[in-house]
Design a protein around this ligand. Sequence first.
Ligand code: MTE
Length: 318
Amino acid sequence: MIIRRPSDVPSSEITPESVYFNRRQFIAAAGFGAAGLTAAPSALRALDASQEQEIPERFQNMRSEQNEQLNSYRDVTTYNNFYEFGTDKGDPAKNSGEFRPRPWTVSVTGEVNKPGDYQLEDFLRPAAMEDRVYRLRCVEAWSMVIPWRGIPLYEIINRVEPTGNAKFVEFRTVVRPSEMTGQRYSILQWPYVEGLRMDEAMHPLTLMVTGVYGMDLPNQNGAPLRLIVPWKYGFKGVKSIVSMRFVEEMPLNTWQQENSFEYGFYANVNPQVDHPRWSQARERRLPSLFANRPTQMFNSYGDQVAHLYAGMDLERWK
Ligand code: MTE
């Protein structure tokens, strides 16, 4: 992964203009005011500027299981990794305006009784959406606390009925170089690929995400459908998913394909195993510049997931 130290991140990466549209949706949905949207432009600007860092009222008392405060909508939507739109943290917000997340089809193939091309709406129905606060811990040693909206992945998997041969599920991101500027260059091999072992995919913590802050995912966060596996590094959270393939063999994920020395399949958050180029012992909670928080094993979900890896060498299987 292309990494820069916090001190190297220029403030120009924060690009308020480019998230203007999303912020308008946010302000409306958050109840800051339908009134604001019909007000004179200058009033709108003032409202916009004063509220942009805030957390909508409904979410203000929401905390992570570790009692951590949420990151602002602005943090969540302007500091992203989505190389399909560029490698700088501000690029996805800046460059994803042309991306069209509707209509959307997800193809389900491989070892399942009900393969097919599912329209997004069919794919999600009749599951009930839930808001869940999970910390996103990036392998680059920063983290954010985010209220995701989604449905447990197992609900989707149960409906497509994997066969007994399905040992892993592989996810792929859409390939649309006409809308995704980064895909015009070989920054990575496209499409972005990720995978989970079946028991990880079926774990109740694993979420198929459709929104943040109770609203549809903005393009830069992986609209209309992305994964969040809260005990793993953020790169497992494959975005804009168009394919789920159930397989017997362990899939080769994108970062392993790029650099198998630095990245493994499991990618469990582990403070004891350093990344070859930097330590994982601490993390930087955005927007802070200081990596002063001790990293938690399995991102603090060890009591719920450690048994999945009993007897495995977690260093070898990083
Ligand atoms: N998915 C795709 N398709 N492309 C990417 O570059 N980056 C990953 C993951 N999913 C990535 C991706 C990484 S490294 C992280 S940390 C998270 O997305 C970031 O999610 P966020 O931008 O919503 O915070």
